[in-house]
Design a protein around this ligand. Structure first.
Ligand code: ADP
Ligand code: MG
Length: 466
């Protein structure tokens, strides 16, 4: 704006002084006008035509339309800052559980170690404790416990009442001091025999190796071997202990999101490095990493260490985006340049993020970055257009062509031209509505058609669809 005022004053003074000095004939000044009014008209036209409306509209209109397009495609964008940063992202760090995997884990195998407490008792206790946690693994254990009970009794069990003294440790698991009376009451109601003493405080832990180490609970070798085998197959083994003795292990499988592999490939094609930061153990994280094509893996990291991973990358001059869903991801979502949360994630993660993927589909990560780039391109284009417009119109309004054409741009025409430029910038921003999200190739492989009618035995169809 100050530049515009200076330009306008300069125009006015240039015409006025040169008129007084007799640099142009008096006949140039229209009849009934003084030299002052004649010069002032040029000055006013310059202010009006250069009023930086078009420049001022270039960014907000594009951001408004960009965020609107994001919302219709299931991506909530929290402001222009986020959009700008997302288009410069050079590395994306993925959380594993609930982000690369569907987040609907299920207990697929169990390993029972202690004869003095039955499998059913373990399942009930674990279900009771985990009902206090929002973690996807906790939900899998609660579901498993309900299934064990309904299989035993043939009836749907009552919901587990969440115990009081629960210590939820993100990235580790859950510790609880449980009154045996409340457990016995539940067990009796569901006709599960129990040898647990009444009036006794049970110390129950459900979590990973780190939780057990922290609590000083030792892990028998047979349990360790069993866990390793499960982990190498991409499953998460959750340890369960009662009164500091490991009594059960639950192997939990969480299938990969079907689009995960392709999304990672696509992101790499866009020049973005992909990494994984998971609180899960090394073997499970690497098994999942192999399946999706991520080799830069930080496994067994606590929520604080996820932040360190992000900060280290930022020190290496990377612009880092973090994608996660859990409470454990929230500090990293805040620390990263662009935090992307899954809509189904915990409220804290959604609150901490700059982008929210409402449909939980990883393809929307690609779309979010692609849309940010498209919006930034549109802003640059708007600026260029507004600049070109000003470069042409300011000299015209200032009377650059007056000596040869004797035509003066009156302020109302300048006003019209200014409005037209604003409208053209708004229209240019609205063109973002034509944005098309990136298309993924869907592979159909291994479909078997038994075409005995055709006199041919099993036929394998392999194809691809754009
Ligand atoms: P991720 O980073 O993959 O989302 P988390 O940081 O949430 O994983 O959890 C890391 C690990 O901590 C889990 O793999 C599990 O072993 C353990 N854990 C965390 N919360 C729980 C829970 N509620 N019950 C059992 N184990 C848990
Ligand atoms: Mg997670």
């Amino acid at each position: 704006m100050p530049i515009v005022v200076v330009l306008s004053l300069t125009t006015f003074l240039a015409w006025y002084i040169s008129g007084n000095a007799g640099s142009f004939p008096n006949s140039w000044v229209p009849n009934g006008h003084t030299l002052f009014l004649f010069s002032l008209t040029f000055g006013i036209s310059v202010v009006v035509v250069a009023c930086p409306c078009a420049l001022g509209l270039a960014t907000p209109t594009a951001i408004m339309v960009g965020t609107g397009v994001g919302a219709t495609n299931g991506v909530l964008i929290k402001g222009g800052d986020a959009l700008e940063k997302a288009c410069h992202v050079s590395c994306l760090v993925f959380d594993k559980t609930g982000t690369l995997t569907v987040g609907l884990p299920a207990v697929v195998h169990t390993f029972h170690l202690h004869p003095s407490i039955s499998e059913r008792e373990c399942a009930i206790l674990a279900g009771m404790v985990e009902s206090a946690s929002e973690h996807p693994l906790a939900k899998a254990i609660v579901k498993y416990a309900s299934e064990v009970l309904s299989q035993a009794n043939g009836e749907t069990p009552a919901a587990f009442a969440s115990p009081e003294n629960v210590d939820i440790q993100p990235g580790f698991g859950v510790i609880c001091t449980l009154k045996s009376a409340s457990f016995l009451e539940y067990a009796k109601k569901h006709k599960v025999a129990s040898s647990i003493r009444p009036n006794h405080d049970l110390h129950v832990c459900v979590g990973n190796r780190k939780l057990m180490q922290q609590e000083g609970i030792s892990l028998p070798e047979s349990a360790d071997l069993w866990m390793k085998k499960e982990e190498e197959n991409g499953r998460t083994a959750v340890l369960f202990s009662v009164d500091r003795i490991v009594t059960s292990i639950f192997a939990i499988s969480d299938p990969l999101k079907p689009e995960a592999r392709e999304v990672i490939d696509y992101l790499k094609g866009m020049g973005i490095d992909c990494a994984m930061a998971s609180g899960d153990n090394w073997r499970t994280a690497h098994a999942i990493g192999r399946q999706v094509g991520i080799s830069n893996i930080h496994a067994g990291v606590t929520p604080g260490e996820k932040v360190d991973v992000i900060k280290q990358m930022q020190r290496e001059n990377q612009s880092v985006g973090m994608i996660g869903d859990g409470v454990n991801d929230s500090p990293a979502l805040v620390a990263s340049d662009v935090g992307i949360a899954l809509g189904s994630g915990t409220d804290i993660a959604v609150e901490a993020a700059d982008y929210v993927l409402m449909r939980d589909n990883l393809e929307d990560v690609v779309m979010a970055i692609d849309l940010s780039r498209a919006t930034m391109r549109r802003i640059k284009y708007n600026y260029m257009w507004a600049m070109v417009y000003n470069i042409i119109c300011i000299p015209l309004a200032g009377g650059a062509l007056f000596p040869s054409t004797h035509l003066q741009m009156p302020p109302w025409v300048a006003g019209g031209a200014m409005a037209l430029s604003s409208v053209s910038v708004v229209c240019s921003s609205l063109l973002l509505h034509a944005y098309k999200r990136p298309v993924f190739r869907v592979e159909l492989t291994g479909i078997k058609v038994n075409s005995s009618y055709l006199g041919v035995s099993d036929v394998n169809l392999e194809g691809s669809l754009m």
